[in-house]
Design a protein around this ligand. Structure first.
Ligand code: ATP
Ligand code: MG
Length: 395
């Protein structure tokens, strides 16, 4: 049980010697804004309040600072600025072993010469826990993770998924207040990854711990997290439940990162007619939903050139003429229950997910054939071209 608070957390990795000599890396500075005179700015102004027993997922592309954030919480990396609290206690200068935290790594890091039982018992032995208690906790963890039958085996005689369970077991025997996991499933093949994902959901129900989980996989983030922290360039972009992030992405980055296949984006216009906001794309005009009207109105958003975002599952092939957008089919992929139609429209690549049931006219499956589609005013996302922020949040 633990509440974890990160307040203005920052991490700067100092430049290594050869870089310093290279006259402050003038070349690099232009390419990467994160490289400053101080060093590499891996995490900046990071604020997050994690509730007791919450499952938080840090997600974002490679290099965005996920592992660095996790390692600062674990105490494996010094905190350059800001404050870290666990259960109200300032942790910045507390040694990792005194933080009551356990971490599971992508590489299982098991001891090859020890049996599964010994691997699980090891962290408890180090802490001087008595034998009977060690045995109880090892068996309980093995039971939770369904690895009891492998307790006498060595790691090399286990599959990848089984090894990862042992690694998780070794973290939970200590009954830590906070369990940190850094891409624990990324070494597993797709099928095993799906299976282990549901195992982690079950594990979570069985143990009373706060989870902080790092992944670059938006599906893992969506399925595991109570809340998702979207990161880019060391900056926390948006914190929300998976549904909040999906329905109301704060900016273009989150909109494009969350959701599979990716949201479609178009250059469009936000217009206002008879007091109603609408999006205009080619000759089509779509009036926004009352909720979106109210949000834009509240922030006094002016008509402007926008980036319009619509998810593939929200594009529809049926609608009145004045609402239709026209394109040409590039490729179609039959997925069984739905067809993914890739088209070019308004000079942009578009993906539509069309349920097979709704596919009345199969000529749409022909490459090069014309296609017309539309969407509802409740699923249009409007982003500022300048700031890339969602205009419903004020832009
Ligand atoms: N020891 C280090 N010294 C200098 N720079 C580092 C060090 N470790 C990480 N960085 C830099 O800090 C930034 C964040 O790295 P981090 O490992 O936290 O990213 P990540 O989000 O975990 O990426 P990935 O998904 O690839 O694991 C990157 O630009 C990286 O190059
Ligand atoms: Mg990482």
């Amino acid at each position: 049980m633990a509440e974890v608070i990160l307040k203005g957390i920052k991490k700067v990795y100092p430049h290594s010697e050869p870089q310093k000599k290279r006259k402050k890396g003038e070349q690099e500075k232009k390419i990467n804004l994160q490289i400053t005179d101080e060093g590499v700015l891996a995490v900046q102004a990071f604020d997050l309040e994690i509730r007791d027993k919450e499952f938080i997922v840090l997600v974002g592309p490679s290099g965005c600072g996920k592992s660095t954030t996790l390692r600062m919480v674990a105490g494996l990396e010094e905190i350059s600025g800001g404050e870290l609290y666990i259960d109200g206690k300032l942790m910045n200068d507390v040694a990792p072993k005194d933080r009551d935290i356990a971490m599971v790594f992508q590489s299982y890091a098991l001891y090859p010469h020890m049996t599964v039982y010994e691997n699980l018992a090891f962290p408890l032995k180090l802490r001087g826990v008595d034998k009977a208690e060690i045995d109880r906790r090892v068996r309980e963890a093995a039971d939770i993770l369904d690895i009891t039958q492998y307790l006498e085996r060595k790691p090399k005689a286990l599959s990848g998924g089984q090894r990862q369970r042992v690694a998780i077991g070794r973290a939970i025997v200590r009954e830590p207040k906070v369990l940190l996991m850094d891409e624990p499933l990324s070494n597993l093949d797709a099928k095993l990854r799906n299976q282990m994902r549901s195992e982690i959901i079950k594990l979570r129900q069985k143990i009373d711990t706060t989870f902080i989980y790092v992944t670059h996989d938006q599906t893992e983030a969506m399925t595991l997290g109570d809340r998702i922290v979207n990161m880019k360039h060391g900056v926390n972009q948006q914190v929300g439940t998976p549904q909040e992030d999906f329905d109301h992405p704060a900016n273009l980055f989150v909109a494009g990162f969350i959701g599979m296949p990716q949201m479609n984006f178009y250059d469009a216009q936000l217009v206002k007619e008879n007091g109603q906001y609408a999006v205009a794309l080619e000759s089509a005009k779509i009036v926004l939903s009352p909720e979106k009207q109210a949000n834009l109105e509240r922030h006094g958003v002016q008509p402007q050139a926008i980036t319009l975002g619509v998810r593939p599952e929200h594009l529809s092939l049926t609608g009145e003429g004045a609402r239709m957008i026209h394109g040409t089919v590039d490729v179609t992929e039959m997925m069984g229950s739905a067809v993914h139609v890739h088209a070019t429209a308004c000079g942009h690549d578009t993906i539509m997910i069309v349920p097979t049931m709704d596919l009345k006219d199969s000529s749409i499956l022909t490459i090069g054939s014309p296609v017309a589609f539309t969407f509802d005013g409740s699923v249009a996302h409007v982003f500022s071209r300048e700031t890339e922020k969602n205009l419903e949040f004020g832009g």
